[in-house]
Design a protein around this ligand. Sequence first.
Ligand code: ATP
Length: 249
Amino acid sequence: MDTDEIPETHPRYESLITRHRIEDGVEKGITSRQGLIAQGRGEAFDYLIGEQTIPSADEAAKVAAAYLLLADNPVLSVNGNVAALVPGEIGELADATGAAIEINLFNRTEERIERIADHLEEHGVTGVKGLKADERIPGLDHERAKVDSDGIFTADVVLVPLEDGDRAEALAEMGKTELVIDLNPRSRSAESATVPIVDNIIRAVPNITAHAQELDGRTPAELREYCEQFDAEAARTAAEKQIRSGDLD
Ligand code: ATP
């Protein structure tokens, strides 16, 4: 079935659309085969969460928007799954917050980087970083450490959706404010996040954009106060509780 043949009323509409986008991503050489496995893991958590944005994730999305608006040098990190799932939406988030976009791959090849850059461009996203790769994140092996000197390397706030645990921990070690989108509240990425957003990226990215648009115009003091009251561990615990004991209706 093609994506446009799936009726929006289908009870598993979102999940089917997601699978199609990831499959297309693999076919186009954007998403790695390992990315398929990561998606499967994510889907299981999403099923248990009820395929909905729970209140603690909505609150985290709003705080993430506040951090992005306050940042001097915010960067949105894009991997093969992110590019396949939310290419246009990540561009809208960049527009709403003034953040740069950097392609950052676990299994980095120049060919895949270029395909992702082209795919993003087809969705109206231009000027992406990640092609220079002239700096290294300390503490990681060579290929996985590569970042742009004027991108993630010097960013103060980084949005890392679906990031692998090692790199999320290494970025946190560098003292960056990490905003993590991950459906597993106990993954190492979510655990090392300043703001863990336990939600499907398909819902989370547009939600952060909507919050950024709504918060635009608040004073830095108001935004800062908003960030300071956030309790990351409470957000992880609320999500874990929903997964372990939520209603599957
Ligand atoms: P850890 O951080 O514990 O080391 P990992 O590096 O093994 O975990 P991966 O297998 O690389 O994690 O998977 C990436 C993470 O992304 C998983 O925790 C998975 O739940 C999450 N994930 C996958 N798809 C989505 C999605 N569509 N939206 C949000 N999160 C997702």
